[in-house]
Design a protein around this ligand. Structure first.
Ligand code: CP
Length: 329
């Protein structure tokens, strides 16, 4: 893949060598993310950060990543602060905003909308989540995290054993992660959800066609006993027709310290794209796991900055200049 000037819309754009390239550049970004060095390589550049659905991590980490490379951020949050509310099309919005920005990150509730926007944009567009479709940068940071966690245990991504748990029908992070895992070898994937919220069949087929072993189940306890990664997801209430319908499924696959201790192998890594539901009756990842050293959720969020810095540097073709424009703090 030639990253320079490319839109990042789907994991389907990536080959295995591209993933390695992103991870290598992300590793090189660590001194800047940790504020040990400062770079101004993107000085004068502007990120248009356009989020038409709520976001904490993706929006702020894209902005922080751009700032850490020396660039400025202009932000639109919610339809109410955009002229889309007045009936403006995605085409016109893209033509206008791409005249103000060097790169645009976008989240939108409709599947396919970020790709539609990108077609009219004159600058690269990065998908920050389009409806229940994809969240490619989350999958990249998730896999980057998994690789780091496995490496500390002497393991590699090939041969990974992972359980994805929760609302697999609407969870765009697990959709992108499934596509990403197809690039690796001998992966064992257990998909744990109520039948009504199961992983879309085309993604299950994709994993099987990649030669992976896939188990589909609604039994949490038996699914987490021989895995490396327990990847939990929340019930995506915003994709249901009503709160009552979403309530039917909340708390069904709750992971807490006592379940972890009873069923998981020692050192099983716990992940979640966040946000997790903090309400006691609904939460899928209990707060009593916070002291568990294998809870990697905040390592995921930190890694998100590194991966997003890497994507900006690759898309804007400044990887080789980051160090030249840098200094010690
Ligand atoms: N993981 C994730 O997409 O979080 P936000 O919705 O807070 O961006």
């Amino acid at each position: 893949m030639n990253f320079t000037g490319s839109h990042i819309l789907s994991i389907e754009q990536f080959e295995r060598a591209d993933i390695q390239r992103v991870f290598d550049v992300a590793d090189a970004m660590e001194p800047y993310a940790l504020r040990r060095r400062v770079t101004r390589v993107l000085e004068g550049a502007i990120l248009g950060n356009m989020f038409f659905e709520p976001s904490t991590r993706t929006r702020v980490s894209f902005g922080s990543a751009f700032n850490l490379l020396g660039g400025d951020v202009r932000e639109t949050t919610g339809f109410e602060s955009s002229s889309i509310t007045k009936g403006e099309s995605l085409y016109d919005t893209a033509r206008v905003l791409s005249g103000y920005s060097d790169v645009i990150c976008m989240r939108h509730p409709a599947a396919g909308s970020v790709a539609e926007f990108a077609q009219a944009s004159r600058v690269p567009v990065i998908n920050g989540g389009d409806g229940a479709n994809e969240h490619p940068t989350q999958a990249l940071l998730d896999l980057y995290t998994i690789r780091k966690e496995l490496r500390s245990k002497g393991r590699t991504l090939d041969g990974l054993r992972i359980a994805m748990i929760g609302d697999l029908k609407h969870g765009r992070t697990v959709h992108s992660l499934c596509k990403l895992l197809c690039l690796f070898d001998r992966v064992q994937v257990t998909l744990v959800s109520p039948q009504e919220l199961s992983m879309p069949e085309y993604l299950v087929e994709g994993l099987r066609n990649a030669g992976h072993q896939v188990v589909v189940t609604d039994n949490l306890q038996t699914s987490i006993s021989r895995i490396d990664i327990a990847y939990s997801t929340r019930i995506q209430e915003e994709r249901f027709t009503s709160k009552n319908e979403a309530d039917l499924y909340r708390g069904r696959f709750r992971l807490n310290q006592s379940i972890y201790t009873e069923y998981c192998e020692p050192n099983t890594v716990i992940m979640h794209p966040l946000p997790r539901d903090s309400r006691q009756e609904a939460n899928e990842l209990d707060n009593d796991l916070n002291a568990n050293p294998n809870l990697a959720i905040f390592r995921q969020t930190d890694n998100g900055v590194l991966v997003r810095m890497a994507l900006f540097a690759l898309v804007l073709d400044v990887v080789d200049q980051v160090e030249k424009y840098s200094r010690d703090v």
